[in-house]
Ligand binder design. Structure first.
Ligand code: ADP
Length: 290
């Protein structure tokens, strides 16, 4: 099953063009959708998840027309939004049971088995009778994953999943996702390059509503081969370097700025060539330097 997005457009009533002719082909596996804040990721995710309308274009999941056959798509869909807003006082088990009904699991004994197995899987079984509103941040996140995975979705959409998770929780979440990604289309929307690097075989970078790269992360890195140079400079030199070179990123290493510069030939004294990584790809694409 492949998800095909063709020429999708969306302009909000305030005139912001959030999706500008987006076309993507997303196969089974983990697909990263990378973009800075405001790029249009949530708009795209919510449209695929049948939660909002596009102005034009099409989305197909296999043979299903996502924009028209919304009910059918919802049965195949798992969606983990950035935030749930209000958490119910309902217990985790009752809430999952309710979601399982919506997913079309009508037999109550079968449903109880599925719900309890899912609670075990995300390590919430011992808390099954507690109200979700009283859960800690990590527990809410795990409940979010459980509700997204119940009913074996064919399409799983995960929006900015690792914000607010500690490193251990993040690792467990990564493992769970890559396990699911073996036979499901998983779209992981994030502004964290590391998430995509560790998990995804394919990705797209979007900026200002447009696709600026689509393909494997490694291919994007290869395209920058021999073109990324780094130099450790003083804070005072930063502004001059920004003017004189195509600076793609600046980060502090032990309090000193380390800049990455894009250049086909050596930019000069003090620069050394480095292996391009996904961050170089991201910043050079998003700043439209390439
Ligand atoms: P991302 O998820 O990548 O941060 P969004 O899809 O949330 O991006 O937003 C894309 C653009 O659309 C931004 O400029 C944002 O301000 C704007 N936007 C998002 N939702 C709305 C809305 N409901 N009304 C008006 N503008 C919106």
């Amino acid at each position: 099953m492949t998800l095909r997005i063709e020429r999708l457009c969306k302009t909000y009533s305030n005139g912001v063009k959030a999706l500008d002719n987006v076309s993507l082909e997303i196969p089974i596996g983990m697909y990263g959708l990378l973009g800075p804040n405001g790029a249009g990721k949530s708009t795209l995710m919510r449209t695929i998840a049948t939660l909002q309308e596009a102005d034009s274009g099409s989305i197909k999941l296999g043979e299903l027309d996502v924009l028209l056959e919304k009910q059918e798509v919802r049965r195949l869909l798992g969606y983990l939004p950035q935030e749930f807003g209000v958490y119910p006082r309902t217990s985790a088990r009752d809430m999952l049971d309710h979601i399982a009904i919506l997913k079309g699991i009508t037999n109550s004994r079968e449903r109880r088995e599925i719900v309890d197995a899912m609670l075990e899987r995300v390590n919430l079984f011992q808390h099954r009778k507690k109200a979700i509103s009283g859960f800690s941040g990590g527990m809410k996140q795990r409940f979010g994953i459980a509700q997204a995975l119940i009913g074996n979705p064919k399409l799983l959409i995960v929006d900015e999943p690792t914000a607010g998770l500690d490193p251990g929780e993040r690792n467990r979440f990564y493992n769970l996702l890559s396990e699911v990604g073996e036979n499901v289309v998983v779209i992981l929307s994030t502004h964290i390059v590391q998430d995509v690097k560790e998990l995804c075989t394919n990705m797209a970078i979007i900026n200002l509503g447009q696709v600026v790269y689509a393909g494997p992360p490694v291919k994007a890195e290869e395209e920058l081969q021999g073109m990324v140079w780094q130099k450790s400079i003083s804070r005072q030199e930063l502004e001059d370097h920004r003017k004189n070179y195509q600076v793609i990123s600046t980060k502090l290493v032990a309090g000193r700025p380390l800049i990455h510069v894009l250049s086909k030939t050596s930019p000069g004294a003090g620069f050394s060539q480095v292996e391009p990584d996904l961050e170089d790809v991201f910043f050079s694409r998003v700043n439209q330097a390439v």
